[in-house]
Design a protein around this ligand. Structure first.
Ligand SMILES: Nc1ncnc2c1ncn2[C@@H]1O[C@H](COP(=O)(O)OP(=O)(O)OP(=O)(O)O)[C@@H](O)[C@H]1O
Ligand SMILES: [Mg+2]
Length: 275
């Protein structure tokens, strides 16, 4: 089986307002793989997603993020998107004045050469087809981006964008929060339909339930701005049943959050599974 995609986060450290939040993240994904990141609140999961995407608030102080051996941290934010990174956000922003379809068409055309823009008719067909798959009302095409969307509608719209753009690396930050059971299945089916050897997904979630529908190859636990434990899908099941205390005990962690005034250091720096 060819594994065409390589995505490697290598020793990533990042700070916000001078406070170090990411303390050396090590993670490697290959084409066709799905990795889940779990972990208590405030342990650096969304910060990891933002730092990878180049959110200006987060200053990367060390490390690399390699997409097929190219360091995306050297790229501007728009270049990262063009290179194939996509983030479905925990809290998608509302943009008044820009319709969903205008936004999508610009995003697609930004990926094409000048003069080779997608035709309006082809674009509309594509968008309508994906909206149908994700059971999104066709009128959402003409609504302003996320404005007045319910929590679940925003999340579905993030997946719609991802399905249209077809990224190499899709990062989903709590895509399941706010989704009702039916929507959860639809969103999961959307992600599963996109899976191929040419892409990989990093799924941040609090709940094992999503992972019943999107089967992860690896599950990583974040605490104190590091990946402190990695395993297979069974790790998520154990977390669902037992919570995080056993990991904290195992590693001697008292406070799992990051960026607080006083911190207890993780005594060992686990490097994750051998992939
Ligand atoms: N822009 C920011 N400004 C100030 N502090 C921040 C910022 N971004 C993150 N932090 C802090 O970094 C820590 C980690 O936040 P992060 O959002 O990465 O956590 P998380 O693991 O995604 O949590 P949750 O599960 O609740 O979404 C928190 O203490 C948070 O307050
Ligand atoms: Mg978060």
């Amino acid at each position: 089986m060819s594994k065409d995609l390589q995505f490697k986060i290598d020793g990533l450290k990042a700070s916000v307002d001078g406070k170090e939040i990411l303390k050396g993240i090590q993670l490697e994904m290959k084409g066709g793989e799905i990795h889940a990141i779990m972990g208590p609140n405030g342990t650096g999961k969304s910060t990891l997603a933002s730092a990878i995407m180049g959110h200006p608030k987060y200053e990367v102080t060390e490390g690399k993020v390699l997409l097929n051996e190219e360091d995306v941290l050297e790229m501007e934010v728009d270049e990262r998107a063009l290179a194939g990174l996509f983030l479905a956000m925990q809290y998608p922003s509302e943009i008044t004045g820009v319709t969903n379809s205008d936004f999508m068409r610009s995003a697609l055309n930004a990926r094409r050469e000048e003069g080779d823009e997608i035709s309006l008719i082809k674009f509309i067909r594509q968008m309508e087809a994906k909206m149908k798959e994700l059971e999104i009302d066709p009128q959402f095409m003409h609504r302003y981006l996320n404005e007045g969307f319910s929590g679940g509608e925003k999340k579905r719209n993030e997946i719609l964008q991802m399905a249209m753009i077809d990224p190499k690396v899709g990062i989903l930050d709590e895509i399941d929060s706010g989704l009702d059971i039916d929507a959860l299945k639809i969103v999961a089916a959307g992600v599963n339909a996109m899976r191929s050897e040419e892409n990989a997904f990093l799924i941040i979630t609090h709940y094992q339930r999503l992972l019943n529908y999107i089967k992860p190859d690896y599950v990583h636990v974040m605490m104190q701005g590091r990946i402190v434990k990695s395993g297979g899908a069974e790790l998520a099941e154990r977390l669902e049943a037992e919570g995080y205390d056993w990991i904290k005990e195992e590693l001697g962690i008292e406070d799992e959050t990051v960026g607080q005034e006083e911190e207890f250091q993780v005594p060992m720096n686990t490097t994750g599974p051998k992939l």
